[in-house]
Design a protein around this ligand. Structure first.
Ligand code: SAH
Length: 349
């Protein structure tokens, strides 16, 4: 029988479990606090040893194991390759910003969305992560770094809205005051554009920032880069984004990765501005990303100078745009690449 993951439980669920073992409710609060700090069973000294042993035998509590850790000499960005209980590997990236530390987390082991430029999807999706495994990345990184993580971006391996229930549960757990207490306003959920799930997320009363990976302004180009566009074409997607904004009041952020000769000309910038004006009306922001070249895809990135021209064209046409700062350039910080290398050449680790 599958043992439940204690890290996936809310305080109320943990209380119920401990009460069913005849323990008082305050034990659940103690345990929750310990686990969310990543403490080992033997560190939880204010819990009776017999209770710890009973829990260890009947349930799962495991913080992801640091398989590999790369530290950027340029800006201190840290990339983790974590292994999970069944040996699956995922990645997280710790980034330092002026306003605090942010962790980029994975939501699935692999991905089935098939975006042509992305390393995470080359071997498909192995499985979903449960909420405790997503949370465990934050706990493990915070413990390893010895520094508080105040922001989270769900931009690692996987499509968060393809693992909807675990993503929403994770968002509730990580923002819980009894646990890590990360403000929902400091969390971004990035999606390749599952329009119906975007509308569902708008109803959850979770004031996170929605980041939508757009990468093209016409259906032909977008479908060639992102197969998901065949199911949810741009008009459908933008309608969902508008719905999200209207329901939550949160400005939607669009990611646009610049790929040489695919979507990076000044004409593409004009077309993008026109489409966003037409489709969004309300406030939005475009985050331009320089392609991290993944050898297997054969796609090439855009020169910095052309990216600046693209940005300036958008701004001139009244669209808020910035080029994303590239952190960890010396450690290949783009998510999916470490896992890919680990899958194809485990002996190198
Ligand atoms: N599945 C989600 C979140 C993970 S990807 C999504 O699609 O949004 C996070 C962001 O990185 C997305 O905008 C994605 O399109 C982009 N991305 C993926 N591979 C990339 C690469 N090689 N170079 C630059 N950006 C990439």
């Amino acid at each position: 029988m599958d043992r439940p993951n204690l890290l996936s439980m809310t305080p109320a669920e943990l209380t119920e479990r401990l009460c069913s073992l005849g323990e008082p409710a305050y034990r659940a609060r103690q345990l929750y606090g310990w686990m969310h700090k990543g403490a080992a069973w033997e560190e939880m000294t204010n819990l009776p040893a017999a209770l710890r042993q009973r829990l260890a035998e009947t349930a799962e509590y495991r913080i992801p194991h640091v398989e590999q850790k790369l530290v950027s000499a340029v800006d201190g960005t840290v990339k983790y390759l974590f292994s999970l209980a069944d040996g699956e590997c995922i990645e997280s990236v710790f980034m330092r910003y002026e306003h605090g530390n942010t962790l980029c987390v994975s939501s699935q082991a692999g991905c089935r969305m098939g975006c042509r430029f992305c390393a995470s999807t080359l071997h498909g999706r192995a499985r979903d992560l449960d909420a405790g495994e997503i949370l465990g990345q934050v706990i493990a990184a915070q413990r390893d770094m010895g520094e508080r993580i105040g922001g989270i971006v769900m931009m690692g391996i996987g499509e968060p809205l393809d693992n909807y229930d675990n993503t929403v549960r994770f968002l509730r757990l990580v923002s819980c005051p009894e646990g890590l207490n990360v403000g929902l306003r400091h969390i971004s959920v990035s999606t390749c554009g599952l329009a119906d799930r975007i509308l569902r997320l708008a109803e959850e009363d979770l004031p996170v920032t929605l980041s939508v990976s757009l990468h093209a302004s016409d259906d032909e180009t977008r479908s060639a880069l992102m197969p998901v566009n065949n199911r949810y074409p741009i008009d459908t997607l933008l309608a969902a984004c508008r719905g999200y904004f209207e329901r939550t009041g949160r400005r939607v952020s669009f990611e646009y990765t610049l790929i040489a000769e695919k979507n990076d000309s000044p004409r593409d910038a004009d077309a993008l501005a026109a489409r966003l004006h037409r489709g969004m009306q309300a406030g939005c922001h475009v985050n331009l990303i320089l392609l991290n070249e993944v050898h297997e895809t054969g796609l090439r990135g855009t020169a910095r100078r052309s990216a600046e021209v693209f940005r300036d064209t958008l701004i001139r046409r009244g669209v808020n745009a910035t080029i994303r700062r590239r952190l960890g350039s010396d450690i290949d910080a783009s998510c999916g690449q470490l896992r890919l290398r680990h899958l194809t050449n485990p002996a190198a680790f």
